[in-house]
Design a protein around this ligand. Structure first.
Ligand SMILES: *[C@@H]1O[C@H](CO)[C@@H](O)[C@H](O)[C@H]1NC(C)=O
Ligand SMILES: [Ca+2]
Length: 530
């Protein structure tokens, strides 16, 4: 300190004596000569006329050899004029520091006769120091959550001078958010305090630059400035915000597990961990997985439209400070034609009589397709040419009817195949077969294999000999096709007939009942009855 005297090199700059520098000489009281001069007077400046003040006459002065006796010679006495002159730099701050009373005391020595005189030169402060901050700028970090009224003690400036010439007050560039309060320590030194006037919002303005000025009380006042750099630090005052409240997506049910569905995204205006977002399902989802960092949702297993058609998932975004936001993810599963129609028979007739009239109801067929829309709309038809038909009865049900005449003897059973085909793209179909048994009706008369049988028998045959075998057949089933033979007519008298021939009802074998004689040779015609 104490520098800054560069401007004060020349003695001409100021008058040598200031009005207040009048000597306080009063030898009768103390033998002490007092002067008061401002600091930093140039070398050779006159402090006062010491010889005169000591009462030396002009005539006597040259013989007295007046001089200064001091450890450090700040002053000399002019041999010509007897004036006390400044002989070295007088920096009040260097000599006395902050001490408000600063006086240099020394002895003036005179010979003939030898005598000592006490001289005191009081060094007055001049405003040769501007207030100075230790740094050109200061960093200050204030949380955006700080309440208005919060105060922050700022760095004080230094001013080497004393009294009014020293630092008196601080000022701040106008700013609506901050104000400055001048405070004083017990020792009287001043320091600035910054007061927060309004709430800060880092997201709006994260940095404030203010100029802090320290002023002393000189005339004119000197000043020093420093830059106040205020960093508004983040408080977790912003929750995450999702880019959409509701995310919607459609997904075909056929997608494999691991398919990416969509990505949710939230942002957070805060910084650092306060803006780091972790995503999670609000309620545990087992069908989908969620990447907690990226927000990407993927399928975790295969989907089935027929099982669940729509998922509504709540996703939570949580920042590092614990603030939470939620969004809804709606996933619509799109039906794919992944189910073929199912055919079931109901009230199937066990047997259809072959004389059933066309249109006889045989079975009720129900079709079920789990898909929806066209994927579940089904058409039915019969495979092959069969004497049956199906007609639609009501939604998803059909009637199986006879269509045409049946003949068990020609077709005792039918393998009827029903094909159901949906209208999906590509269509899916399924088939189901049923064996229909045709029941017998006695609709066939026995038929002899020959219209007539001619039998020659040698006369004198043994009675009881088998002479012929007639045979008829009947395609009907069971008793309907069971044939018994009997003789119904002949050209013999009915009473006579039985004494000549008989027929076995079971086998159709014709027996002679007696020995025939030639006169009587005949041919018999027989007809079977069933
Ligand atoms: C009936 O027909 C279907 C289709 O031609 C065939 O798969 C099935 O084996 C048949 N059933 C019988 C008992 O012959
Ligand atoms: Ca000053």
């Amino acid at each position: 300190m104490g520098s800054g005297a560069g401007e004060r090199g020349g003695a001409e700059r100021r008058p040598v004596l200031f009005p207040f520098l009048l000597p306080l000489f009063c030898p009768a009281l103390s033998e002490q000569i007092r002067y008061r001069i401002p600091e930093e007077m140039s070398k050779g400046s006159v402090v006062g006329n010491l010889a005169e003040d000591l009462g030396f006459s002009v005539r006597e002065f040259p013989t007295r050899k007046l001089r200064v006796s001091s450890e450090k010679a700040y002053f000399t006495v002019s041999a010509e004029s007897g004036q006390l002159l400044v002989s070295s730099r007088l920096d009040r701050e260097q000599i006395c520091g902050k001490n408000p009373a600063c006086a240099l005391e020394f002895e003036a020595v005179a010979d003939n006769p030898l005598n000592f005189y006490h001289v005191s030169v009081e060094i007055e402060d001049i405003n040769d120091h501007a207030p100075k901050f230790t740094q050109n700028s200061f960093e200050l970090q204030i949380s955006e959550s700080a309440q208005p009224g919060t105060r922050f003690i700022l760095e004080a400036a230094e001013d080497g001078d004393i009294g009014l010439n020293s630092l008196q007050k601080y000022e701040l560039t106008f700013n609506p958010v901050f104000s400055l309060i001048n405070k004083e320590k017990q020792d009287g030194s001043k320091y600035p305090e910054l007061a927060l006037e309004k709430t800060l919002d880092r997201e709006q303005q994260s940095y404030h630059r203010l100029i802090l000025t320290a002023l002393d009380g000189g005339d004119p006042p000197l000043s020093g400035t420093t830059e106040l750099r205020i960093q508004v630090t983040d408080a977790n005052d912003n929750p995450p915000v999702f880019s959409q409240d509701v995310y919607s997506v459609s997904l075909p049910e056929s997608v494999p597990p691991g398919t990416s569905v969509l990505q949710v995204s939230a942002t957070d205006q805060d910084e650092g961990v306060n803006s780091e977002i972790i995503y999670s399902f609000f309620r545990n989802g087992q069908v989908f997985s969620l990447n907690s960092k990226s927000g990407e949702i993927r399928t975790q297993r295969s989907l089935d439209f027929e099982e669940i058609k729509e998922y509504s998932i709540v996703v939570e975004g949580r920042d590092g400070g614990g603030l939470v936001a939620q969004c809804t993810v709606e996933i619509n599963i799109q039906d794919e034609n992944d189910n073929s129609p199912k055919i079931t028979f109901h009230s199937l007739l066990e047997m259809i009589l072959e004389n059933a009239v066309p249109g006889t109801l045989i079975a009720l067929i129900k079709i079920h397709d789990q898909d929806s829309g066209e994927n579940g709309e089904v058409n039915c038809r019969l495979e092959d040419e069969v004497p049956f038909k199906i007609i639609s009865s009501s939604k998803n049900s059909y009637k199986l009817l006879t269509d045409g005449t049946l003949d068990r003897e020609q077709n005792p059973e039918y393998n009827v195949t029903i094909i159901a085909t949906d209208r999906g793209k590509p269509p899916l179909s399924s088939s189901s077969s049923v064996i229909l048994h045709i029941g017998d009706v006695n609709d066939n008369a026995p038929i002899f294999h020959q219209d007539s049988y001619l039998v020659e028998v040698a006369e004198n045959n043994p009675p009881g000999a088998s002479i012929a075998h007639v045979s008829a057949s009947d395609p009907d089933l069971g008793p309907n096709g069971h044939i018994s033979y009997s003789i119904v007519a002949s050209d013999l008298e009915p009473g006579m007939l039985s004494s000549y021939v008989s027929v076995s009802a079971q086998s159709g074998v014709v027996f002679a009942q007696r020995a025939f004689d030639h006169e009587q040779l005949r041919a018999f015609e027989k007809e079977g009855e069933s």
